[in-house]
Design a protein around this ligand. Structure first.
Ligand code: PLP
Length: 503
């Protein structure tokens, strides 16, 4: 082994405890110096009357170096994909290439205004059109909207389109079928769209049980929402059959395409029977997850659903220029202001074009290879409940470690001590005590080996010194939190000490 690889990443860190910026404040300190006023001074009350705000509340007063150090130190408290491997299964925390950021910051794109006339927005419209066409080609579908702002938002859009389609045929239906291996947003979407949710059990291979599906599909079923590959990282091998069973009863196949990073360039959902699907640009196409947003969840569909797409859609006018078509009487309406998160569309297109078809295929192969490398190296060290081939993520369980009382959450906390972000804990629900690991294609073999090494060391510690794991993390600024209180009684607002005490 290369001697460098023996160096574990964990060390004690320079990050110190840090008061809030308000607590650092002392009256009169400034981080700026203004030039002398060279225009007549105006009394704001005269200018704005009663609207002038005179009480500015408490604003922190600090020097420049204090403010710079404060925020620089805070930035080191977060773990990011730019720090190291972020194996959060299902979330696909892949690296965001810098070329995307460069393109998105080009002035003409970053400063384009959504109300700009179409004639001076031809470049932006072309980007929307090109991305639409490329995503249609990648998915094998026939039409698309880029409006939805997240995966779950795409699901809602897609299912509302299914509902509108069935209603337009005078055939409204009541139920949506969802396998137990689906992503949690799927049942939430179906319920929000006014459907009742019926669960389908997975078989021993972690796939949809075809016999159960056949028994459950009837003329009340609007659609099956199928995450493929599912949350076990397993590809639904009977997907053609599944589509046929649904179509024979007039139901549609909604595919949750958030895991398309396991399929791009290899197979196309449109070819295996999906009628509508959403993509997560912030997973598959490397746009940033960005602390909850802005994301992007385009919805692609077959021709039968095109009339129901949210308005407006990009269209080519008679004179050959691009514009927006708002005249769509069957549309489910707008789902997001303007045209969606345009900055994300620019980044995704940059990613697709920088990779090209072969690069995208290679990315898929590398993501699957990396997950399988981890699977092979950790099989036996951790319990592997489903032995079906793994795609882009692998799900172990804590069954072996539970003999010493060590749970998946403990192992995840200990992983922080080794310098890695934890994997996804206790999900999917079909696996008790799940460890869901998704390395993505971004990681080198050297980084994967460090991770595997850390996971093996933790398994050994769980055996030899379980308290060490049960009380982890040890190398962090803050040790284990009371997670129940943090979730149930979050303190989200700062108040001055005296006021806080008084309340
Ligand atoms: C399979 C799957 N479906 C849906 C979603 C929901 O996407 P979002 O978090 O963007 O709403 C996710 C999120 O990671 C996912 O992994």
């Amino acid at each position: 082994m290369n001697p460098k690889q023996k160096i574990r990443k964990a060390t004690t860190h320079i990050s110190q405890n840090e008061p809030l910026i308000f607590e650092k404040s002392s009256a009169g300190k400034k981080a700026y110096k203004l030039p002398p006023l060279d225009v007549p001074e105006v009394d704001p009350a005269k200018l704005l009357g009663g609207h002038a705000r005179t009480d500015l509340g408490e604003i922190p007063e600090v020097s420049e170096i204090e403010i710079i150090r404060h925020y620089t130190r805070l930035s080191t408290w977060n773990y990011a994909v730019d720090h190291g491997m972020y194996p959060l299964g299902s979330c696909t925390m892949k690296y965001n290439p810098r070329v995307n950021e460069y393109v998105a910051r080009l002035m003409g794109l970053a400063e384009a205004h959504p109300y700009q006339p179409e004639r001076v927005s031809q470049g932006a419209l072309r980007i929307l059109k090109m991305l639409s066409e490329q995503l249609i080609e990648i998915t094998g579908m026939q039409a698309i909207t880029l409006q939805p702002a997240a995966g779950a938002h795409g699901e809602l859009t897609g299912i509302l389109m299914v509902r509108a389609y069935l209603e337009s045929r005078g055939n409204p239906r009541k139920k949506i079928l969802i396998p137990d291996s689906a992503h949690g947003t799927n049942p939430a979407t179906a319920a929000m769209s006014g459907y009742t949710v019926e669960n389908i059990k997975s078989n021993a291979l972690g796939m949809v049980d075809i016999a159960a599906l056949e028994a459950q599909v009837n003329h009340d079923v609007a659609a099956l929402m199928l995450t493929n590959p599912n949350t076990l990282g397993v590809f639904e091998q009977e997907i053609h059959k599944i589509a046929d069973i649904l179509h024979a009863k007039g139901a549609l196949l909604y595919m949750d395409g958030a895991n398309m990073n396991a399929l791009v360039g290899k197979v196309r959902p449109g070819d295996f029977g999906a009628d509508v699907l959403h993509l997560n640009l912030h997973k598959t196409f490397s746009t940033p997850h960005g602390g909850g947003g802005p994301g992007s969840g385009p919805v692609a569909c077959k021709k039968i659903l095109e009339p129901f797409l949210p308005a407006p859609v990009v269209s080519t006018k008679k004179d050959g220029t691009l514009g927006f078509d708002y005249n769509r009487p069957k549309s489910i309406g707008r789902v997001r202001m303007f045209y969606g998160n345009f900055g994300m569309h620019v980044r995704a297109l940059a990613y697709i074009m920088a990779n090209g078809p072969d690069g995208l295929r290679q990315t898929t192969e590398d993501a699957v290879l990396n997950a399988n490398y981890i699977r092979k190296k950790l099989e036996g060290v951790y319990d592997l409940p489903y032995r079906t081939p793994t795609m882009h993520e692998v799900v172990f369980s804590d069954r072996l470690q539970m003999a010493k009382g060590i749970k998946t959450g403990d192992i995840a906390k200990r992983l922080i001590d080794y310098g890695f972000h934890p994997y996804t804990v206790s999900f999917p629900l079909v696996v008790h005590g799940a460890l869901m690991i998704e390395p993505t294609e971004s990681e080198s073999k050297a980084e994967l080996d460090l991770f595997i090494d850390a996971m093996k060391a933790i398994a050994e510690e769980a055996e030899q010194n379980p308290e060490l794991v049960a009380e982890a993390p040890h190398n962090t600024r803050i040790s284990r939190l009371d997670e129940v209180s943090a979730a149930r009684k979050p303190v989200l607002r700062w108040r001055p000490q005296t006021e806080a005490v008084a309340k």
